[in-house]
Design a protein around this ligand. Structure first.
Ligand code: BEZ
Ligand code: FE
Length: 293
């Protein structure tokens, strides 16, 4: 094959330049990326005008990024890429709580709160009691698990999106389990909301005839010493966007009951147990393993 660039030999021309001293994992990833990128251009017979639109889109995606906004992650999320990478890296045994997309609105070091605390500081929305246990795969309670929770408010915005309109740490908190593995807090019954769609990713969704909405959910980051961390949500079952989450985050096992509350304080109650996998079972078989083979 010629050492010069040809259409047929395009992949070899590029990948052949890599030094044998390059980091082996980087070399593997870049060689595969070049192979698939070239195959994409060949399959679609990409024109120079279309190439330019793509470059312009990626340039704008980068330009809108800031400390508070990560448009590339939004792009990854809306292309299903975040969920795919998460799925590949978090294959868990049946019965373990599944992961879903992390999203851009987690804030580290939220206040550690007493069990049962109301985290809705703006007083908006329908109060909902969230409660359950953090368990191991055998159903034993896990003591010392940190249940870090966050959600949008009743208007569909996270506190960090409205720093001047919402109290700091609105709808956020960390709850640490005792020996019974139990957690409980009062939040609001979640409401669906659009992801930030005023940038290039929102424009892309518009051109593709896709809506920007996420179905109502409560976010959880559950950690415990000796166990794999769980990044997940619970979803409200009757949400109109459940089947069309713009970031593909919904899983059957994450749809939680939302029942009418029994006291005056909380209009709703949502019970949900988290089941964690020990760290040493990192390579455990997914419940979908058979379907993938
Ligand atoms: C979220 O649920 O907070 C979220 C996830 C992905 C993109 C945007 C928002
Ligand atoms: Fe969210």
């Amino acid at each position: 094959m010629s050492a010069y660039f040809t259409e047929d030999g395009s992949v070899e021309a590029v990948n052949g330049r890599m030094s044998a001293d390059a980091n082996p994992r980087l070399a593997e990833i870049m060689a595969s990326l070049v192979k698939h990128l070239h195959a994409f251009a060949k399959e679609t017979k990409l024109t120079p005008e279309e190439w330019e639109v793509g470059i312009d889109f990626l340039t704008k995606t980068g330009q809108i990024c800031s400390g508070e906004r990560q448009e590339f992650i939004l792009l990854s999320d809306t292309l299903g890429f975040s969920m795919l990478v998460d799925a590949i890296n978090n294959r868990r045994p049946t019965g373990a709580t599944e992961n879903t997309v992390f999203g851009p609105f987690h804030v580290p070091n939220a206040p550690v709160r007493e069990m049962g605390t109301n985290i809705s500081l703006d007083g908006k929305g329908e109060p909902c009691l969230f409660e359950g246990r953090v368990l191991d795969l055998d159903g034993n309670p896990i003591e010392g698990a940190r249940v870090d929770v966050w959600s949008d408010n009743a208007d569909g915005y996270y506190d960090v999106q409205q720093p001047h309109a919402q109290p700091k740490w609105n709808n956020r908190g960390i709850f640490v389990t005792g020996s019974d593995g139990r957690y409980s807090f009062v939040g609001i019954k979640p409401v669906s909301y659009p992801i930030p769609d005023d940038g290039p990713v929102g424009q892309m969704l518009g051109y593709l005839g896709r809506h920007p909405y996420r179905p109502a959910h409560m976010h959880y980051l559950v950690t415990a010493p000796g166990f794999q961390k769980v990044v997940t949500h619970t979803f409200v079952g009757d949400d109109p966007y459940l089947q069309s989450d713009t970031v593909f985050g919904v899983k059957d096992t994450l749809i939680a009951p939302f029942e009418r509350g029994t006291d005056n304080q909380t209009a709703w109650r949502s019970p949900f147990d988290f089941v964690l996998v020990p760290v040493h079972r990192a390579e455990s078989i997914s419940c979908n393993e058979d379907q993938r083979a």
